[in-house]
Ligand binder design. Structure first.
Ligand code: HGY
Ligand code: MN
Ligand code: MN
Length: 416
């Protein structure tokens, strides 16, 4: 017996056009995007998104972290809203779909409901979380972390980019400092659609990832203090070599991650040398270790071992070493009821699907602290993301958005 809504689909062409339109803002050097948080490009992307939402009859609210909440009213104003979204900010060499697919698919759900004249009991709020990436202002998921009460507004405002500009200053500068208190909004549920950013769905030939969990994360910022000296005239035995200590620590992180298999990753993506001159041994090296695992004990065990061994490595080279956690969340279990709705929607729509654990972190990880939350994923070509070559197909994009439409409808409750 099919329900009248079983055949509902979003408008895939309109979704793809919107994705390509947004991709024109903050272009990267190789076809991807560089629309980093609170840059002018971010501001431009926000304006485009705001205009589209206005044209769809949505009412905008912005909080003190700059997160955008675009509301489609429900029939029951007392009913808590269903929030649906992701992020429009990108990595410096980001792709066109990371985050953006989730925000614009949420808007496409609203556009489709408007086309079909469908009303829902609960309001639906299309959400663009500020600073999901944490590329310019660490940590990742900063705004959703404040929203979920895991980080303070003052801490967030004080976060600095590599040029020393603070989040608070830049938010004011681009004109997106909202008035709403962060976290004052209460959610009936939160759903996020996102590209997998890994190779599993494509390899398994599945169209939909039913996301049951997200692995936990530590970002450990290591500061090594060596002695600036001439790289030519300083004898090897006289060197206090912070660069060498960094290299040995990065090698150790790789070893710890490999010895913690299965279900563990570790690596370093960002390093700063001071004075960063070719013929000066660095006086200071600052780098961030990124370790993750879906297993709490394994994640914390990796952190403890890496901190202990890093201090030993530095001591052997007489290099000063401090380690500060600058990002963290525990492994997340998403809401089983919402996960079930995603799975049954994919089945009903005839989309191949499998349960999956998210390798990347998402705003849904913090939203899950304050409301029932879950995610939907689509494959990406070669599992590639955080790379300008990040690619999905229009068919993959639409399939996930169709599942999002059905999961949102079931959660927001169709009226009439
Ligand atoms: O780091 C992450 O997992 C996400 O891309 N911010
Ligand atoms: Mn993302
Ligand atoms: Mn990302």
């Amino acid at each position: 017996m099919t329900a009248p809504t079983d055949n509902l689909r979003i408008n895939g062409e309109r979704l793809w056009d919107s994705l390509m339109e947004m991709a024109k803002i903050g272009p990267g050097l190789r076809g991807g995007n560089n629309r980093q948080t609170l840059t002018d490009a971010d501001g431009e992307g926000r304006k485009l998104f705001e205009g589209w939402c206005e044209a769809s009859g949505l009412i905008m609210g912005v909080d003190k972290m700059g997160t955008m909440f675009m509301t489609r009213p429900g029939t029951d104003p007392a009913a808590l809203p269903v929030y649906v979204g992701s992020h429009l900010d990108t990595q410096p060499t980001g792709g066109k779909f990371d985050g953006v697919l989730g925000v614009l698919s949420a808007l496409e759900v609203v556009r489709s409901l408007n086309d079909l004249g469908i009303k829902t009991k609960h309001p639906i709020v299309v959400t663009n979380w500020a600073n999901e990436e944490g590329a310019r202002f660490a940590p990742a998921m900063l705004a959703s972390g404040v929203f979920a009460g895991q980080l303070t507004l003052d801490y967030a405002y004080g976060r600095k980019d590599p040029e020393g500009k603070t989040y608070g200053e830049e938010l004011k500068r681009i004109g997106w400092l909202g008035e709403e208190n962060v976290g004052a909004r209460k959610m009936h549920a939160y759903l996020e659609y996102h590209i997998e950013q890994g190779p599993i769905l494509e390899a398994e030939k599945k169209q939909i990832g039913v996301v049951t969990h997200c692995q936990g994360l530590w970002w450990l910022e290591v500061t090594l203090t060596g002695k600036e000296a001439h790289t030519g005239s300083t004898p090897m035995a006289m060197r206090v070599n912070a660069g060498l200590a960094m290299a040995r620590i990065i090698e150790m992180v790789q070893t710890v991650a490999m010895e913690s298999q299965p279900g563990a990753v570790g690596g370093v993506g960002q390093v700063f040398f001071t004075p960063n001159s070719r013929n000066v041994l660095p006086g200071k090296v600052v780098f961030t270790i990124d370790i993750r695992s879906p297993d709490q004990a394994k994640l914390d065990g990796m952190r403890a071992r890496i901190e202990e061994e890093a201090l030993l490595i530095a001591a052997e080279l007489a290099v000063g070493c401090t380690i500060e956690p600058v990002g963290h969340f525990d492994p997340v279990t998403f809401d089983p009821v919402l996960v079930g709705r995603v799975r049954s929607a994919a089945e009903r729509l005839g989309y191949s699907n499998m349960d999956i654990i998210s390798g990347a972190g998402h705003d849904a990880c913090w939203a899950a602290k304050v409301a029932p939350a879950t995610m939907i994923m689509c494959p990406c070509v070669d599992g590639l993301s955080h790379n300008e070559d990040e690619t999905i197909t229009p068919e993959w994009a639409s399939a996930g958005a169709d599942v999002l439409l059905h999961a949102v409808l079931e959660t927001a409750e169709i009226v009439g």
